[in-house]
Design a protein around this ligand. Structure first.
Ligand SMILES: Cc1cc2nc3c(=O)[nH]c(=O)nc-3n(C[C@H](O)[C@H](O)[C@H](O)COP(=O)(O)O)c2cc1C
Length: 417
């Protein structure tokens, strides 16, 4: 009976344990979590979502405070076009976040950064260009392009000296999205080094509509593998979304995938950035507590716990401080929804907005509890303590369980109580 450790993910001559820990913004997949994956010979992701805020929390910078001060005059104005990111500061924050992580890297694995295109930041092209190039400047091993089609993203890095040696990958949810990506980038003569195919059971935003339940990761993976074979493209394919045990992972590796990307099991690791009380909410969740809804202003469906504080919250848009979801014209679907409710209830102090959420503020405060479909199985991966809470795990324990387990078994940690 095979286990994940019988396989290796190959980039050129180098081999890795074929486990990637997925990027989870905002600072849910922390540097500490990514560094553990790299130390153990796999691939860890940090995320550059809201990187200025992450930098402030970790490195004592004051990017957010200064931006808020600069645009304070605009707080009551619902036109946010003026609230621009300073590109120099954005680059500085990205270099700090990525650079400090790379400095701390030990062991044979790799550190990648997850860059979401849907973080349009009131200037989609220029802010993405800065994020990508600053991550390369800071020595990141690779960049995973996510949450978007990324037709122009390779071109934004094409002049960087590391464009051809850093590992660059793309997340897709269909063979069609991959075909278009490859077509749009053909003139750069630079294929992706890996492709992550993310199915409908993943956490975060989904690359599917509300009919997500009609899709299946094994089927999409098989379609993409067949397409790559027909086109004679030798690009490692990484399967993601709902891979909960080592045996699940082996089923994809045996089918021809080069690796798996996993996240949900790591959300209750001590190294994960979620506050401990939120981790307990994840562990306690039942299947009925997990929903896919349309409250993200990005327009993509998102999976989350029903009890997430972000649902129904009608806080004032925080764009002067954050503004990561403002589109090219300074708009965000939450601003419209918020304005509609304020006009409908002019005397109401506590505004309720059900259809959209202020994702920047809530993700930043860990109040949008996005999660994978199998979050309800987390309680089977650890011990319940006498006080009713669950024991948190080490990232190493979860990683090694994926790497060495067989028979769909899940190894429980040594009791700490
Ligand atoms: C809490 C959480 C946050 C996530 N945030 C992001 C994100 O910011 N960007 C992204 O591309 N994927 C995100 N994902 C998706 C993961 O990187 C990963 O591909 C997927 O969840 C793997 O499936 P699994 O969670 O069932 O193992 C997130 C997943 C979780 C559980």
């Amino acid at each position: 009976m095979k286990r994940v450790d019988d396989f290796r993910l190959r980039f050129g001559k180098n081999e890795y344990v074929p486990i990637m820990v997925g990027g989870m913004g905002v600072d849910i997949s922390t540097s500490e979590l990514a560094l553990e994956a790299a130390r153990l010979g796999g691939i860890g992701h940090i995320s550059d979502a809201m990187v200025e805020d992450v930098s402030d929390r970790r490195f004592d910078t004051s990017f957010v405070k200064e931006k808020t001060k600069l645009y304070k005059f605009n707080i009551n104005n619902m036109d946010k076009a003026v609230v621009q990111f300073d590109l120099g500061r954005l680059a500085e924050a990205q270099r700090l976040h990525v650079g400090k992580t790379m400095e701390a890297k030990k062991g044979p694995g790799l550190i990648f950064v997850n860059c979401m295109e849907k973080l349009t930041m009131n200037g989609p092209r220029e802010t993405l260009r800065v994020r990508l190039n600053a991550a390369l400047d800071a020595g990141v091993d690779g960049i995973t392009l996510s949450a978007g089609l990324h037709f122009g993203s390779f071109a934004l890095m094409a002049d960087h000296p590391r464009f051809r040696d850093a590992k660059l990958g793309i997340i897709v949810s269909s063979v069609r999205a991959l075909q278009i990506f490859l077509r749009k980038n053909a003139k750069l003569d630079r294929l992706p080094d890996y492709i992550i195919v993310e199915g409908p059971l993943a956490g975060g935003h989904l690359g599917f509509g509300m009919d997500w339940a009609e899709y299946d990761l094994h089927t999409i993976t098989a379609e993409i593998l067949a397409y790559l074979k027909t086109e004679q493209l030798d690009i490692p394919l990484i399967a993601a979304g709902g891979i909960f045990t080592g045996s699940d992972a082996v089923s994809f590796l045996e089918a021809g995938c080069a690796g798996v990307q996993v996240a949900t099991r790591f959300t209750i690791a001590k190294e994960c950035g979620l506050p401990d009380k939120v981790k307990q909410e994840y562990i306690k969740a039942t299947e009925d507590d997990i929903i896919v809804n349309g409250i993200s202003p990005t327009g993509y469906p998102m999976r989350m716990l029903k009890s997430t504080p972000a649902i129904g919250s009608g806080i004032r848009p925080g764009c002067e401080s954050y503004g990561y979801l403002l589109d090219a014209t300074g708009n965000c679907a939450y601003i419209n929804a918020y304005n509609r409710e304020v006009s409908a209830h002019p005397d109401e102090k506590n505004i309720v907005v059900m259809d959209k959420t202020c994702l920047c503020t809530h993700m930043r405060n860990f109040n949008c509890w996005t999660c994978g479909h199998y979050t309800y199985r987390l309680k089977d991966t650890t011990h319940k303590m006498p006080n009713g809470e669950y024991q948190l795990l080490s990232a190493e324990h979860v990683f090694k369980d994926y790497q060495f387990s067989v028979n769909n078994e899940i190894a429980l940690p040594e009791k700490e109580f």
